[in-house]
Design a protein around this ligand. Sequence first.
Ligand code: SAH
Length: 241
Amino acid sequence: MLEIKVLTLFPEMVQAMLASSILGRAAAQGQVRYAVTDIRDFAVDKHRTVDDTPYGGGAGMILMAPCVVDAVEAVRTSPSAPVLLTSPQGERLDEALVLELLADAQRAGELILVCGHYKGVDERACEILAMREISIGDYVLSGGELPALVIVDALVRRIEGVLNDAASAASDSFTVDRDGGLDCPWYTKPPVYRDLTVPEVLLSGHHGKIETWRREQARRRTCERRPDLLREPGHENARRR
Ligand code: SAH
């Protein structure tokens, strides 16, 4: 069982998401266990201060190193557990990195995620904990809670048995079945909606033809929308970062 430990100043934000939908079900099924820790519990003074102004001046507050380091050291049980820091300056998350992080976490049985806040985290905390910085994209959010949840969701849905239908994950965008490209369009009932019909082949019952159509559609979409993803078939999204 994989233990995922999230360290944050806003535990209630994180807990709500971890309890819902597929993330919640994975925990209920015993495939993963979540623990959310309030970094403020590791504040060093009686006012529970966790941030201070930057040395050298400037706008914004910085999360202090001692509370972050103490919090991580208190929750970590495996010395090899990956410790991730959400940061716009980190490696950009994609499906290949998701699988790499999941494999590392599963080997250690544990994954630790630190949510930054304010202007950022004292650089010494990153150094001491050898945190791996992960970005969810080239934009800046006000805190690391949403990025941490994005990372957790992306990882947990790739744990074997978490999705009811393993084939479903394998045929999503960026996966081996999609040659690392985008997914095809999907349709469900009703067969006609506002004069729009469903592509006939999907109603034909001919599995071979349906599969060929889906592959063509997926390939076409990838060409049109994300030509940067096009490459040789048969690989998980291994676009080099
Ligand atoms: N001063 C920082 C931004 C701080 S934003 C800089 O310019 O690089 C506050 C916190 O939100 C960060 O510490 C980080 O934990 C989180 N965050 C913001 N944008 C993010 C992104 N794109 N990916 C991951 N984490 C992000």
